[in-house]
Design a protein around this ligand. Structure first.
Ligand code: PLP
Length: 397
């Protein structure tokens, strides 16, 4: 069975060009980049090139690129570093819809005596800028706001938010894990101090990330050890993955505009057809300001997990916004923060496309999804009640 992979915000396929670039660094050029001999030195040269390629994608200077193990490490490092740099300040500002890489750290920091403000969003997932402005205080050390949301794709005005923070002497970090490679980012034209990205969302392997740290920003390492990364992160470099990420950044820069226009066209077609063919469905998130590859759609009166399971039988991979991972049966914190009604939030599905998504795959989903929803609804007492075909009581009996 063919797999139609529309779960690219979870992880992406490693690009064949990227695999080709990294493979020789396992078996052939396996030297340690810190070694004095030329066998290791040649690897060090390739790491420098990767740093330059990543810097080019971000409009940054290569010195501002720090290789890490993942987006989570980058987020944690940025926030912990800022709090260490400004020990007299005990306040962190973030949002209600951040990824756990930031949100769970916020919860941990609260237990360590820090004050955390989570800025709310409106029904479309847009940041409440007035609330944000009011939450910046003399005690605020750092703001951490995501550039784009992983569940809805909604883009936050992080450049404007960073300006506001800087005018008050507050450091600004952005989790750009979902944004990099999908929308243009130019760090030479904004006041963001730190930015996190992750290789596996960008067609590089898992286990590699970047923390951008603006020149002049006081920085305290998270991992202390050897002098690697100019003393900013101890540990022998993950050479093959660093080289892979450099290549992925190079490809993203070349393809960014053209490919993302194509991906957005496919996403819009998928979304419009679903809305037209399936009653009681709706898009969650600001449709006018989203990542080009993401759509989050709710199907009223159906369980997201059941939809995922039935799509899976046809080889279609997506994500549910109502994952009951905690067993609490609560919809995702993002949809709850947006105030999406319960009956809608429970049946939400995130489709996330990539540069590898084809027209045929979108046609396939458009054909398969309506009967799936119809058959699930035919079994749903809530749907029957809502459409008047029976009552919950009569179903229960
Ligand atoms: N931030 C966002 C917005 C994400 O979507 C993810 C991964 O899903 C992360 C951070 C964590 O990245 P990683 O898996 O590289 O730790």
């Amino acid at each position: 069975m063919k797999t139609v992979y529309l779960d690219n915000n979870a992880t992406t396929r490693v690009a064949p060009e990227v695999i080709e670039e990294m493979l020789p660094y396992f078996g052939e050029y396996y030297g340690n980049p810190s070694s004095m001999h030329s066998f290791g030195g040649q690897v060090g040269k390739r790491i420098r090139e990767s740093r330059e390629k990543a810097a080019a994608l971000l409009g940054a200077h290569p010195d501002e690129i720090l290789f890490t193990s993942c987006g989570t490490e980058s987020d944690n490092t940025a926030i912990r570093s800022a709090l260490t740099a400004l020990p007299s300040k005990r306040h962190l500002v973030t949002s209600r819809v951040e990824h756990p890489a930031v949100r769970a750290l916020g919860a941990q920091l609260a237990t360590e005596g820090y004050r955390i403000t989570e800025v709310p969003v409106d029904g479309e997932g847009r940041l409440d800028m007035e609330y944000y402005r009011r939450s910046l205080t003399p005690d605020t050390a750092i703001v951490s706001l995501m550039w784009a949301n992983n569940e809805t794709g909604v883009i936050f005005p992080v450049e404007r938010a960073a300006e506001m923070a800087r005018s008050k002497g507050i450091l600004f970090h952005t989790d750009a894990v979902q944004a990099v490679g999908k929308i243009p980012i130019d760090m030479s034209r904004n006041s963001i101090d730190m930015l996190a990205l992750s290789g596996h969302k960008l067609h590089a392997p898992k286990g590699i990330g970047i923390l951008y740290v603006r020149r002049g920003t006081k920085f305290y390492p998270f991992m202390i050890g050897g002098h690697q990364e100019k003393g900013r992160r101890g540990g022998t470099e993950n050479t093959p993955s660093i080289i892979a990420l450099g290549k992925a950044c190079e490809l993203a820069l070349v393809k960014l505009e053209e490919e993302n226009t194509r991906v957005a066209r496919l996403r819009d077609r998928l979304e419009n057809e679903i809305l037209a063919r399936i009653p009681n469905s709706r898009v969650n998130g600001d449709r006018s300001n989203r990542l080009p590859n993401t759509t989050n759609i709710s199907f009223e009166f159906v369980e997201g997990e059941s939809i995922l399971l039935m799509m899976n039988e046809h080889g279609i991979c997506a994500s549910s916004g109502s994952a009951c991972t905690s067993g609490s049966l609560q919809p995702s914190h993002v949809l709850r923060a947006m105030g999406v009604p319960f009956t809608m939030a429970h049946g939400s599905i995130r489709f996330s496309l990539s540069v590898y998504t084809t027209d045929e795959e979108i046609d396939f989903v458009i054909e398969k999804l309506p009967p799936i929803i119809e058959s699930l609804r035919s079994m749903s007492p809530y749907w029957k009640t809502a459409t008047g075909s029976c009552t919950v009581d009569s179903y229960a009996s």
